[in-house]
Design a protein around this ligand. Structure first.
Ligand code: SF4
Length: 169
């Protein structure tokens, strides 16, 4: 049975920068949980960020630029936390590979976990299309990433993967 990497703050653990969690009410989630598929992981806490912590945003480029060393991640107070965010992305990939996950469901909007939108680096609450650094790292290594509003699509892909593995014998 294939596992699913999920943001540690999704449905129950208050790990976000503001010490909250992201609630989720879904039969798919409940089923995955009962089946033991969920691999909960918070990349930021895994590299030592405290809860709560200052909000951070990608500044001067995309998540890909952060991985390439040509954009930064900064906290609202101006602190450069780029290297820790890159390490957090690497840890997420390591955890995903170690657990053999089929895909990931991560919280959108985060500079780490976002997969369709992130904040624009101005700390004014404006969001733009984009990905967080860990989501980018996972995708680059062939692990599909969905956000918490895409559980049905994620479940469909998971079912298709398992079906194809069954047929391959
Ligand atoms: S890094 Fe990801 S898992 Fe951790 S609190 Fe932020 S959104 Fe949640």
């Amino acid at each position: 049975m294939r596992k699913v990497l999920v943001s540690g703050c999704l449905q129950g653990r208050a790990l976000r920068y503001n010490a909250t969690y992201v609630p989720l009410s879904s039969l798919i989630w409940d089923r995955w949980s009962t089946e033991g598929r969920l691999v909960r992981f918070c990349p930021e806490v895994a590299v030592g960020f405290p809860v709560p912590r200052p909000p951070a945003e990608i500044v001067g480029g995309t998540a890909g630029d952060v991985l390439a060393g040509i954009a930064r991640v900064e906290e609202v107070n101006g602190a450069d936390v780029t290297s820790l965010f890159r390490l957090a992305a690497r840890r997420a990939l390591d955890r995903a590979v170690e657990a053999g996950v089929a895909l990931a469901v991560l919280v959108d909007g985060s500079p780490t976990c976002g997969s369709s939108v992130i904040y624009d680096g101005s700390f004014t609450g404006r969001s733009v299309p984009g990905r967080g650094v860990a989501a980018e790292e996972l995708l680059r290594h062939g692990i599909p990433v969905f956000h918490e509003g895409q559980l049905q699509q994620a479940a469909a892909m998971l079912a298709a993967m398992e079906e194809s593995e069954r047929s391959a014998g």
